[in-house]
Design a protein around this ligand. Structure first.
Ligand code: NDP
Length: 239
């Protein structure tokens, strides 16, 4: 197995894309810690994913909670090899009608939370002189949708976060990369099925396969970024 005994942390790993990547890493022999805010959801995922899965309740926007997750992982396992920086949320409204509270909530999870989790992982990885971080962006970080301002802005920022951490990690043997998914079959599409049915959906297993490819490159190689989308998704251009 390609990830034998590697210690992997997945934020938002109790559902959707995070859970799919957790499943793929478990199949490759990793030990996987999934975090999220809802213990019940995490427990259900742990039962589904099976042995090798651990759960920790954590709100990624809370610095002390994120720091505690890393402290606990270091106590229990002594290392962190992989971070899948995946927790995220969207909020729909016209940009000029978006409340400041909602704007801040999305920025807090998608950008500040991603920073806190990447920082915690990187501190450990610098000492190890190895590790991989995959941030989950979105094609909204390249081509936004209407009525999606904080999501679009934060997903553009994930590209910047990726490059900044990749630069600071490269002298320490750490690979930092980003996956920009198009529509993927998760709860994020609840209530908007007419859009996802029209545009197409990526099966979640494919995101798992992509993550494994990126995680199993030679130690000196990084796939810096990757766009994955349904063939039918309107994204490429006109005509
Ligand atoms: P889900 O809603 O299933 O996953 C979001 C996860 O993030 C949940 O497990 C949720 O757990 C967790 N989360 C949200 N807020 C917090 C928080 N403050 N602290 C800790 N965990 C949190 O949707 P997806 O799987 O689709 O989304 C995963 C990522 O993929 C997101 O970053 C999203 O932007 C991105 N993405 C999704 C696409 C899609 O089409 N599905 C396309 C492109 C990108 P809990 O509520 O228990 O905290």
């Amino acid at each position: 197995m390609n990830l034998s005994d590697q210690i992997a942390l997945v934020t938002g790993g109790g559902t959707g894309i995070g859970k799919a990547i957790a499943k793929a890493m478990l199949a490759e022999g990793a030990k996987v810690i999934i975090v999220g805010r809802k213990e019940e959801v995490l427990k259900e995922a742990q039962t589904e994913l099976g042995s090798g899965t651990e759960i920790m309740v954590c709100d990624v926007t809370q610095e002390e909670q994120v720091n505690k997750v890393y402290a606990d992982i270091m106590t229990n396992h002594g290392r962190v090899d992989i971070l899948i920086n995946n927790a995220g949320m969207a909020a729909r409204a016209k940009s000029y009608e978006m409340s400041y509270d909602m704007w801040k909530k999305v920025v807090d999870v998608n950008l500040n939370g991603a920073f806190l989790c990447a920082r915690g992982a990187m501190k450990i990885m610098v000492n190890q002189k190895s590790g991989r971080i995959i941030n989950i962006g979105s094609i909204s970080g390249q081509m936004g949708r209407p009525e999606n301002a904080p999501y679009t802005a934060t997903k553009f920022a994930i590209e910047g976060l990726t490059r900044a951490f990749a630069l600071d990690g490269r002298d320490h043997g750490i690979a930092v990369s980003v996956i920009h998914p198009g529509n993927a079959a998760t709860n994020i599409w609840k209530g908007r099925e007419e859009v996802s049915e029209r545009e197409g959906l990526i099966p979640l297993e494919d995101l798992g396969k992509l993550a494994i490819t990126m995680l199993t490159m030679s130690p000196n190689v990084n796939i810096l970024g990757s766009v994955i989308l349904p063939i039918t998704q309107p994204y490429l251009g006109r005509g």
